[in-house]
Design a protein. Structure first.
Length: 184
């Protein structure tokens, strides 16, 4: 690939732009940067000027990296990738139930769905944290009594690394109403 083609490719990628005010001690104005392109920064008297100057800095940064054979990262996240909008197809009955519930709550369907999704996401994060804590405690306390001709009655510690490994024990404990953890 020629320098011009490679440069054109990277220039068309939408890199995230961060813009921050500069203190009077640093000369005032604004500092713009592409966090994905380490050291690609520019300043200006206004945010617009800093962003325009950043375009030139990006071109120079990319040309230098290409000429020196430095690997150029692609943007970690693009604006289109996370626009905040998506289309979701639902069965009519579920759509009706969600709409009725949102009306009962006195909020829009969009607000209601955002609330439900946020709650579920928070619960998942909380569940993951609880699972880590339980797993750490379980890994420190579970032992299995081996009953075989070679190791009769030997107490062997067992490490359980994921919820999937120990979830069946929990289900079995609930069914029998007897704990399965600790020394047996």
């Amino acid at each position: 690939m020629t320098l011009a083609k490679e440069l054109s490719y990277y220039q068309e990628l939408e890199y995230k732009i961060e813009i921050n005010p500069l203190s009077e001690e640093d000369g005032g104005g604004w500092l713009a940067s592409h966090p994905d392109l380490n050291g690609c920064i520019a300043d200006g008297e206004s945010p617009e000027e800093a962003i325009n100057n950043l375009k030139d800095a990006k071109t120079i940064w990319l040309m230098t990296a290409i000429k020196r054979g430095i690997e150029i990262p692609v943007p970690k996240h693009t604006v289109e990738e996370y626009s905040g909008k998506f289309t979701l197809r639902l069965p009519k009955s579920l759509h009706r139930e969600l709409a009725e519930t949102s009306r009962e709550e006195g909020i829009s369907l969009n607000q209601y769905l955002l609330s439900v999704i946020s709650q579920r996401f928070s619960q998942k994060n909380l569940l993951n944290e609880v699972q880590k804590m339980i797993s750490n405690n379980v890994n420190n306390s579970i032992h299995v009594i081996v009953d075989s001709s070679h190791h009769k009655g030997m107490d062997i510690p067992v490490r359980i690394d994921s919820y999937d490994d120990w979830e069946p024990f929990i289900q079995q404990s609930y069914k029998k109403n007897q704990p399965h953890f600790g020394r047996q």
